[in-house]
Design a binder for this molecule. Sequence first.
Ligand code: NAD
Ligand code: UD1
Length: 316
Amino acid sequence: MGETTIENSKILITGGAGFIGSNLADALINDNEIVVVDDLSMGKKKNLPQGANLHFIEHSIADYEFMSTLLEAWKFDYIFLLAAVASVADTIVRPAETHIINQDANLNILETIRIKKLPVKKILFSSSAAVYGNNPELPKKETSPIDPLSPYAVDKFATERFVIDYGRLYDIPTVATRFFNVYGPKQNPKSPYSGVLSLVLESIINGQTFTVFGDGEQTRDFVHVEDVVRALTVLASHSEALHDVYNVGTGVETSLNTVIRLFEEIEHKNLTVSLANARVGDIRESYCDNNKLMSMESWPMLSVKDGLINYVQYTK
Ligand code: NAD
Ligand code: UD1
């Protein structure tokens, strides 16, 4: 049991040019050597820190041979599995295509590590609060029943189980994290499937109309990316975080309407809103019990208001 420092390590971040991955790369770049594999479908090269310690490779994780060769050549200490089609709605439109990325490609990485007996210190897989679906139990605990409502949630749950069971069966140090709704600097607002807060901010800055799907009273646990990066480094460095799943969220429930009002207050502007039908497969209420993570290491997470102020300042 204990804590190790992540330094002088070789680190792989799949999807590292994306929102969460690039914030993680910023946090780890000074003391480590980082390889990022990203196909730039949502990520951007300019999100990444510069320097000799950062090796960026534009490639798909769905190329099994490429990934296996890379893993064998580098023998990474830490692997953060973040590459995915992160939009629930997009996976409903492209279920089979997104399954290859969200599940099969990760299984190939685990298989390579198992077969080649690669000496990894920890593999962290980014699962999602989406696995809880509309189960009425609130807040969602790691022990709450799961109810995946979309191909995205099915793939996240199945891959999380693969990650944990590969860990137990083949003695590979693994952890899965169920992120709630992450927001903050570098979230890409350019797709209609982008994270909702990036779309609200883009609309409010540019004076565009924002579409609310449903009545806006759906709730989420909005967690700032700074706290998510801290959770990832805590779970990577604590040896007792092993073969297990952890919620990563603030424990506070906020409706979409409330978050829009907060943005309006911060920006001193009104957002023009149009209403459309709720998305199929959408979750009505979501917030987490984060005691399992907090009992390992506790810190005050950013409130939504402070987090939004930070996000607005960064974006401008
Ligand atoms: P993101 O879209 O910014 O990052 C994902 C990255 O993966 C992108 O840079 C994208 O270009 C890359 N990618 C997609 N397909 C790829 C492929 N075939 N090969 C290589 N790279 C590929 O999204 P994010 O918000 O940073 O999400 C990171 C991870 O966290 C994802 O696994 C997502 O499912 C998970 N997650 C995110 C949230 C959230 O609220 N943002 C919540 C729960 C879980
Ligand atoms: C988000 C993440 C997903 C993560 C999950 C964890 C993205 C794109 N999605 O999914 O990766 O696993 O949290 O809980 O990062 N909405 C609108 N108008 C819009 C866009 C969205 O009203 O233009 C609504 C949606 O219908 C939904 C809510 O806002 O009710 C949040 O949507 P979204 O940001 O896509 O998040 P989730 O589906 O919760």
